[in-house]
Design a protein around this ligand. Structure first.
Ligand SMILES: [Zn+2]
Length: 161
């Protein structure tokens, strides 16, 4: 949808979700390895983190360069409606996600991290809604580019910290 609508902010969110899915896949794979193979687990975890970092930086650089260099007409006002639909859907899913994690996150440090991640993802979707209003009511198409850079910076900062 990001390509189709020429929306950089949607592409940034999609890129971020792709990195999320990749790290979930690595975590599932690591947890599927038998408990007694601790050494092997640690090695795969380290390689997974490294690959994840490269993937994240690759996506961040690719989208940032496109935002700055690609001067093709960005998102149009009419095309911003599907953007709103996706943003609302994403926000609802992430709020449900966070509310399900809220209780168990009090007792588990790992889940606490996942809980805050879900909230941060909700903020990303919320920024898409703000971008939609700026585009629809004021015709500020550049907000799409600014939002995408914001989402990319946010992703890099929180995953590197
Ligand atoms: Zn995420």
């Amino acid at each position: 949808m990001g390509w189709q609508l020429h929306s950089f902010s949607l592409l940034a969110v999609a890129g971020h979700l792709f990195v999320d899915i990749f790290s979930i896949f690595i975590a599932l794979f690591v947890s599927s390895i038998a408990q007694n193979r601790h050494h092997q687990k640690e090695i795969i975890k380290a390689w997974g983190a490294l690959l994840n970092g490269f993937l994240l930086l690759g996506i961040a650089i690719f989208i940032s360069v496109n935002v700055l260099i690609n001067q093709e007409p960005s998102l149009t006002t009419e095309a911003s409606f599907p953007l709103l639909g996706i943003a609302i859907l994403g926000l609802i899913i992430k709020v449900i996600n966070a509310s399900l994690l809220s209780e168990p996150s009090h007792h588990n440090l790992n889940l606490r991290g996942v809980f805050f991640h879900a909230i941060a993802d909700a903020v990303n979707f919320f920024s898409l809604i703000v971008a939609f209003f700026a585009i629809f009511f004021f015709g500020w198409l550049w907000v799409d580019r600014v939002a995408s850079l914001g989402i990319i910076c946010f992703m890099v900062v929180r995953d590197c910290s």
